[in-house]
Design a protein around this ligand. Structure first.
Ligand code: TXA
Ligand code: MG
Length: 316
């Protein structure tokens, strides 16, 4: 669907209407969510969904998250059990994705679910995303709007830099407030954490009154050496660095002397919001070696450390 012209749409009524029409015509539209910018296509249309993989240069058919406007809309496509309903009531709209049994005959493309009998769904907490979902009136499959393996976008400029000429349009809704992708919980069987993200696991466990199982997802190998490279800036990344070595640029956290700092005040929520923008900035600076301050591994820190470990993983 894409040609060399990529429309830059305003988040107003006209922009949303144009974006919805592109989705209806099986096109690709990048739109803001509270976590990162998504690359959206009609989740019921095989050809549209196939274009997502082509645009991202994604080598394999990972299952995608289906974005819907409400819990009621989600219930058209998947089965909610008690735990899923509790989490959805507490955290939707928001940065939580639930993996649930797919409803038979729901009409979701097999390219979205990668042929699984489960589907990942979420209701984003962003007015532009919700306006677009309402205008389109259907489910939107959307991975992050970046080339495969590269840094996720938290602004329309990041999307443009990566996908110009490969997609039909981007709706510019400003910077994403959460800054890391949604937390993914499987509610098929005992509830299990599949990916740390924008809702801290502590908050989910407090809501349920029970710990989540920790399954390894396909992108989270068990040994550090096997970690899939992802979210990767051009430069080599060294973690838990007290200071920068010669030739390294320090990405700081807390009160350290660094050219870039995720949060000088040591606030993990602020650090998550700044993470991908800082990695994009390091690329823009042509940083060839990056040292990153230690980040506490609780609350939003878990999602930050997960992304940083993948950024530091050996490149294929
Ligand atoms: O915040 C987010 O979640 C963003 C915004 C755009 O909503 N989206 C996002 O999508 O991060 P993506 O494609 O980068 O990540 C989707 C993740 C993958 O790790 C995939 O394995 C998992 O969701 N997933 C999707 N369907 C699944 C399923 N049926 N079972 C298990 N995991 C699933
Ligand atoms: Mg992604």
């Amino acid at each position: 669907m894409s040609d060399d012209q990529m429309l830059r749409l305003k988040p107003d009524a006209a922009g949303i209407a144009t974006a919805a029409a592109i989705l209806q015509a099986a096109g690709l539209v990048s739109f803001p969510t509270e976590t990162v910018y998504g690359l959206g296509a009609d989740a019921r249309n095989d050809i549209a969904v196939a274009q997502i993989y082509a645009a991202k240069g994604r080598p394999s058919f990972n299952p995608l998250i289906v974005h819907v406007a409400s819990l009621e809309a989600a219930a058209q496509y998947c089965e909610f059990n008690e735990v899923a309903r509790q989490l959805a009531d507490a955290f939707w709209p928001g940065a939580l994705t639930l993996v649930l049994p797919l409803k038979a005959g729901a009409g979701v493309s097999k390219l979205v679910t990668a042929g699984l009998d489960t589907v990942a769904v979420r209701v984003p907490d962003h007015s532009v995303a919700r306006d677009l979902l309402a205008a389109f009136g259907g489910p939107v499959a959307a991975p992050s709007a970046n080339l495969s393996g590269r840094i996720s976008p938290t602004s329309a400029a990041h999307v443009t830099a990566g996908l110009e000429g490969r997609i039909d349009a981007v709706v510019d809704g400003g910077a994403c407030t959460v800054g890391v992708e949604s937390t993914i919980v499987s509610c098929v069987g005992a509830p299990a954490l599949l990916r740390a993200g924008g809702i801290p696991v502590e908050a989910l466990e407090a809501c349920l009154g029970q710990p989540l199982l920790r399954y390894a997802d396909p992108e989270t190998p068990t040994a550090p050496g096997q970690l899939a490279s992802h979210y990767a800036p051009q430069g080599k990344v060294r973690l838990n660095a007290a200071y920068a070595n010669v030739g390294e640029v320090l990405l700081g956290f807390g009160p350290v002397d660094a050219p870039l700092n995720l949060s000088p005040a040591g606030d993990l929520t602020e650090a998550a919001a700044n993470l991908f923008a800082c990695l994009h900035q390091l690329d823009a600076m042509n940083a060839t070696a990056i040292a990153v301050s230690p980040i506490p591994d609780h609350g939003m820190g878990r999602a930050i450390n997960d992304r940083l470990r993948r950024a530091a993983a050996p490149r294929a």
